[in-house]
Design a binder for this molecule. Structure first.
Ligand SMILES: C[S@@+](CC[C@H](N)C(=O)[O-])C[C@H]1O[C@@H](n2cnc3c(N)ncnc32)[C@H](O)[C@@H]1O
Length: 288
């Protein structure tokens, strides 16, 4: 890790953007270049409303292999549960539903990005789709007593909720879900802004950026740099609240889910991805 990037990340964690700008102006690595451009642009930090950068990100680099593993793991879940009703929380463009083999499944989508939700609906031609444009928090809190989803899945989306908000959402869902399937990253447990945390961020983001070539500027400016700075700068627009897999398992159990299993899925530049499955306690099955 260069001294420049360490100083920049330290300044960002202190909320001192000018000091960070000065630090990154001195270097030439992919991360220093991307961060310098991002800090100069004074962007607002949002990443999913105009999702061209996010789409380029998930279409390229290590995401190709990652989503292949995600789809295959979810196919195994569908084969085991044989769901009639599937809920996808934060579905994005719907790519994690590609493994649904039969259109004889009612799919509920919850997604606050109108552009991504439209893409997901288009990808589910032939399915019965209930598309909810909005956040999962009011959706989960407002579920009717008899609502049941045989599978509720969420791939890389529950980390967009602050931990205590996620506690509430999971508790609201547990009585409506047969099997919960969550895919997330097993990030290391590091003290925020500590030297170890800064080293982890610097090394991971250098690795991640080099996976993109022609799209690197788009991916960096529209997705990776806002995600990086959002998790460091106090008060910034934040897109991720992550935790180690063991804490995901504990959080799901705390909400009342049982049979919690964590399975490693795929090595990835950020951190290893895992699949967590757990059983909910749906009170009543609704006939279709
Ligand atoms: C990293 S993307 C993952 C998208 C998709 N699940 C996938 O695997 O490609 C995170 C998604 O969570 C959505 N999201 C953000 N906040 C949310 C919220 N409060 N409720 C539901 N979804 C949310 C974003 O709009 C985005 O589509």
């Amino acid at each position: 890790m260069s001294d420049y990037i360490d100083e920049a990340l330290k300044a960002l964690a202190d909320g001192d953007i000018d000091r960070a700008r000065e630090a990154v102006s001195g270097g030439r690595t992919p991360l220093l270049t991307a961060l310098a451009a991002y800090l100069d642009a004074c962007a607002d930090g949002s990443v999913y409303d105009q999702p061209a950068a996010f789409e380029a990100f998930i279409d390229g680099g290590g995401n190709v292999g990652l989503y292949r593993e995600v789809t295959s793991a979810l196919a195994d879940v569908y084969a085991r549960v044989r769901p009639s009703r599937v809920l996808d929380i934060g579905c994005g463009d719907g790519r994690a539903l590609r493994a649904l083999a039969s259109t004889d499944v009612a799919v509920t989508l919850v997604e606050p990005s109108a552009a991504l939700l439209d893409a997901a609906v288009r990808s589910l031609d032939g399915f019965e789709v209930d598309a909810r444009h909005g956040r999962v928090e009011p959706f989960a809190a407002g579920l009717p007593a008899d609502a049941v989803f045989d599978v509720a899945q969420s791939t890389f989306a529950l980390h967009t909720l602050p931990h205590e908000v996620r506690d509430g959402v999971l508790a609201d869902l547990v009585g409506h879900v047969g099997v919960l399937a969550v895919v997330e990253f097993d990030v290391p447990d590091l003290v925020h802004g500590s030297p170890e945390h800064r080293r982890f961020l610097a090394e991971a983001y250098e690795r991640g950026l080099t996976e993109y070539d022609a799209d690197r500027a788009l991916v960096a400016q529209g997705f990776l740099m806002p995600v990086l700075t959002g998790q460091l700068v106090p008060g910034a627009t934040r897109a991720t609240w992550e935790q180690p897999a063991s804490r995901w398992a504990a959080q799901v159990a705390r909400a009342g889910f049982t049979d919690v299993h964590v399975t490693p899925l795929h090595d990835y530049w950020w951190s290893p991805a895992f699949l967590l499955t757990a059983s909910g306690s749906p009170a009543a099955a609704t006939p279709r």
